[in-house]
Design a protein around this ligand. Structure first.
Ligand code: 5AD
Length: 343
C-alpha cells in the first residue's frame, strides 16, 4: 500500500524525494510504475511517437570515455568523416520520407569548423526541419553560433551525476564543465536533452535516483537513457552490462517526474533486448531515432557492439523496422517537429 501511495503521489504531483525513488528503483515487481508511466505518457504527450532521423557524421573522437568504442585511444576502429554533401544527401532522404527532425551526431571531432557546421544547419533549416545537435562539449560562443545558425535542440548526456564515478570514467574531462554546457544550452534557448548510462561499474541505485533528481532540477526537455553495453577494446570490455529492467524503471520514473518531455526508447535498449523499443514505448517513451546515415559508415560508428548487423537494412534502428513497430503497438507516427509541449 505504501508503494501504491508513492506511485500515486508521483502520478499526480510529479514529485518525490530521493529515498522514495530508491525504493521504487529497487521494486521487485515494477509493473505498477510502468502502468502509471504509460498513463501519464498518454495523458501528456499522447499516442504519437516522434521520429528523429539520426546521422552519425564523424566517428573521430578526442575524448577517452572508458565505456565508449569511439574513444580516441581505440586504434582498432577505422575512422571516417562524412562530407557536408553526403550529410545533406541523407537529410534530403529523411525529408523525402517525412522526417521533421534531423539529429547530427559525432564524436568530439575538432576537425569540423563551427562555420562549416553552421552552413550545414542553415541548409537543413531551409527544408523546414528541426535540427538537433549531439556533438559534445563546446564553448559558450560555439553553442551560441550554432544556435544562431538555426539549431533547435542539443543532446548531451550527463552519463552519471555521481562526480566520483564521472571523473573515473572520463579522464581529462570535468563534471563541472559538462554541467556548464547544459546550463549554456538552456540559457541560449535550445531544447536540452541529457540522460544517463545505466549499469556502469560501481553505479548504485542511489546514484540513479540522484540522476533522476538532476533531470527534474534542470527541467530537461529530453532524456536519453540506455543500458551500458561493454565494448571490446575499451577499459570496461570485461565488465557486466546494464540491466534492461532498471533502464525501464528509469524511463518510467523520468516520465512520472517530467510528464510532458520527449523520451526516446534508445537504440542501446533495442540492441540489448529484441523487444527493447516496444518495452520502452510501454514504459513512458514517445520518441525513436532511426538511423538514416550511409550504410558503410554505420558499421564504423561503434559506440558498443551489436549496433549494426552485417546487413545494415536488418538493423533494429532502420526506418522501416521502426515504422512497422510503432504501428504494431497501436501508436501513431508524429507528423510535426515534435517539440516539447510544455503543460
Ligand atoms: N554502451 C551504451 N551506450 C554507450 N554510449 C557510449 N558508449 C556506450 C556503451 N558502451 C552512449 C553514451 C553517449 C551516447 C552517444 O552513447 O551515453 O552519450
Amino acid at each position: 500500500k505504501d508503494i501504491d501511495a508513492l506511485i500515486e503521489k508521483l502520478e499526480t504531483h510529479h514529485n518525490i524525494d530521493k529515498e522514495e525513488l530508491v525504493t521504487l528503483l529497487a521494486l521487485e515487481d515494477p509493473s505498477k510504475i510502468y502502468q502509471a508511466a504509460d498513463r501519464v505518457r498518454k495523458k501528456y504527450v499522447g499516442d504519437e511517437v516522434h521520429l528523429r532521423g539520426l546521422i552519425e557524421f564523424s566517428n573521430y573522437c578526442s575524448n577517452t570515455c572508458f565505456y565508449c568504442g569511439l574513444r580516441g585511444p581505440n586504434k582498432t576502429i577505422k575512422r571516417y568523416r562524412m562530407e557536408p554533401e553526403e550529410i545533406l544527401q541523407c537529410v534530403k532522404y529523411g525529408a523525402s520520407v517525412g522526417l521533421k527532425t534531423i539529429v547530427l551526431q559525432s564524436g568530439e571531432d575538432k576537425y569540423f569548423k563551427i562555420t562549416t557546421l553552421c552552413k550545414i544547419i542553415e541548409e537543413i533549416k531551409k527544408l523546414d526541419i528541426a535540427v538537433t545537435l549531439s556533438i559534445g562539449e563546446l564553448s559558450t560562443k560555439d553553442y551560441a553560433e550554432l544556435k544562431k545558425a538555426g539549431a533547435d535542440r542539443y543532446l548531451l548526456r550527463i552519463e552519471t551525476t555521481n562526480k566520483e564515478l564521472y571523473q573515473k570514467l572520463h579522464p581529462g574531462m570535468s563534471y563541472e564543465n559538462r554541467v556548464r554546457c547544459l546550463m549554456d544550452l538552456r540559457e541560449l534557448g535550445y531544447e536540452v536533452g541529457t540522460g544517463s548510462l545505466v549499469g556502469l561499474p560501481g553505479q548504485t541505485l542511489e546514484m540513479l535516483a540522484q540522476d533522476l533528481i538532476f533531470f527534474k532540477k534542470i527541467d530537461a526537455d529530453m532524456l536519453g537513457i540506455g543500458p551500458f553495453i561493454p565494448c571490446e577494446n575499451t577499459p570496461l570490455e570485461r565488465e557486466k552490462g546494464g540491466n534492461v529492467e532498471i533502464v525501464l524503471k528509469m524511463l518510467a520514473l523520468s516520465r512520472l517526474l517530467l510528464p510532458d518531455i520527449n523520451i526516446p526508447a534508445t537504440t542501446a535498449l533495442a540492441v540489448k533486448d529484441k523487444a527493447g523499443y516496444i518495452k520502452g514505448l510501454k514504459c513512458g517513451a514517445n520518441v525513436i531515432m532511426p538511423n538514416i546515415g550511409i550504410d558503410e559508415y554505420k558499421k564504423l560508428y561503434k559506440l558498443y557492439p551489436g549496433k549494426v548487423p552485417d546487413n545494415p537494412s536488418e538493423a533494429v534502428n532502420s526506418l522501416e523496422n521502426i515504422k512497422k513497430l510503432i504501428l504494431s503497438q497501436n501508436r501513431t507516427i508524429g507528423k510535426d517537429k515534435g517539440y516539447r509541449k510544455k503543460y
